[in-house]
Write a protein that binds this ligand. Structure first.
Ligand code: HSE
Length: 321
């Protein structure tokens, strides 16, 4: 028997994320505790329009389409509706973007996750969060031009996630150590993920591949043991950052300042332009955030900043009726 609609309206939240975490290109990510997207989904059985309609998008400066087949939240929602055999029912969706757009903080993943998660919530959660990852990836692929789950997985599950197998999709969830704080700074530059991906080399010399593998292994060990010294030593990237950092004005100086002030590591968030730093303790993280922002502001770049821990919950239901 196919699952039935369990609520008339749900409101859900999906958090912003940091993908890659330097040494985990396309496989590692974490959920930020703070910004994110909210999606409201309504069952509208009396509507003459069949299928999914997107009725409102806020916080996108008019950049996103209301066409559900071309919108990341729409595509992921339609993917779940299809798997539940419910594409012919009528639904209305509102998307409220409450995080910077085009920032490298997983904005498209947050919308994609919120779309898929909202449908599942409306049907009384017949699918698990892990089941929803592939549906959300379909929406995310529309925006990034690639099929990877390093934003989607932490967005939906929370915590720090490692995609240790793409096919079949298998995800390891790692809790952040005590006192693990993030500084996130979004300098107002435009970087398109599709273009940033073109800068990443197709082949890697063995010496760089082994170094990357060693750092990823060390980082995971450091996260489990809470060894900030080891975490910091392993937050280095051989694949994307060396080829992308020149897109971010002030990157090298921001990195020097962050590390001198007390951050253990610093890197690009996803494909940028946002950067992130990791510190032990909130007070250090706050100082690091401030100093990174000052570097970008000195380059005449406006910034948005966040200092937070890791979001342990991922996507959540805010209300249901
Ligand atoms: N892993 C991806 C990249 C994240 O760095 O291109 C952005 O979607």
């Amino acid at each position: 028997m196919s699952p039935s609609i369990n609520s008339q309206e749900v409101s859900v939240f999906a958090p912003a994320t940091i993908a890659n975490l330097s040494c985990g290109y396309d496989v590692l990510g974490l959920a930020i505790d703070g910004p994110g997207d909210r999606v409201v989904l309504r069952h509208t059985p009396d509507s003459k329009t069949k299928g999914l309609s997107i009725t409102q998008i806020t916080g996108d400066e008019g950049k996103l389409t209301l066409d559900p087949f071309k919108n990341t939240a729409g595509v992921s929602a339609l993917s779940v509706l299809k798997s539940l055999g419910a594409e012919e029912e009528s639904f209305e969706m509102e998307i409220h973007k409450q995080m910077p757009f085009g920032s490298g903080l997983g904005s498209s993943a947050a919308s994609a996750v919120a779309g898929a998660f909202a449908v599942n919530a409306l049907f009384g959660e017949p699918l698990s969060k892990v089941d929803l990852i592939e549906h959300a990836m379909a929406g995310e692929a529309l925006a990034s031009g690639a099929f990877h789950a390093d934003n989607v997985a932490p967005c939906i599950l929370g915590n720090i996630t490692l995609i240790h197998s793409n096919s079949p999709l298998e995800v390891l969830e790692i809790e952040s150590p005590k006192n693990f704080y993030l500084s996130v700074v979004y300098p107002h530059l435009e970087i398109l993920t599709k273009e940033a991906r073109n800068l990443v080399p197709k082949m890697l010399p063995v010496a760089k591949a082994t170094q990357q593998a060693a750092h990823l292994g060390g980082l995971i060990a450091g996260l489990y043991s809470g060894d900030f010294n080891l975490i910091g030593k392993c937050l280095e990237d051989q694949i994307a950052e060396p080829n992308r950092k020149d897109l971010i004005t002030g990157f090298d100086e921001a990195q020097d300042v962050a590390l001198n002030i007390g951050a253990v590591g610093f890197g690009i968030s996803g494909s940028g332009p946002s950067v992130y730093a990791i510190s032990e303790g909130k007070q250090t993280a706050e100082q690091v955030t401030q100093c990174i922002a000052e570097v970008f502001e000195a380059c005449d770049l406006k910034c948005e900043t966040f200092t937070s821990g890791v979001n342990p919950n991922g996507a959540t239901i805010l209300s249901r009726r």
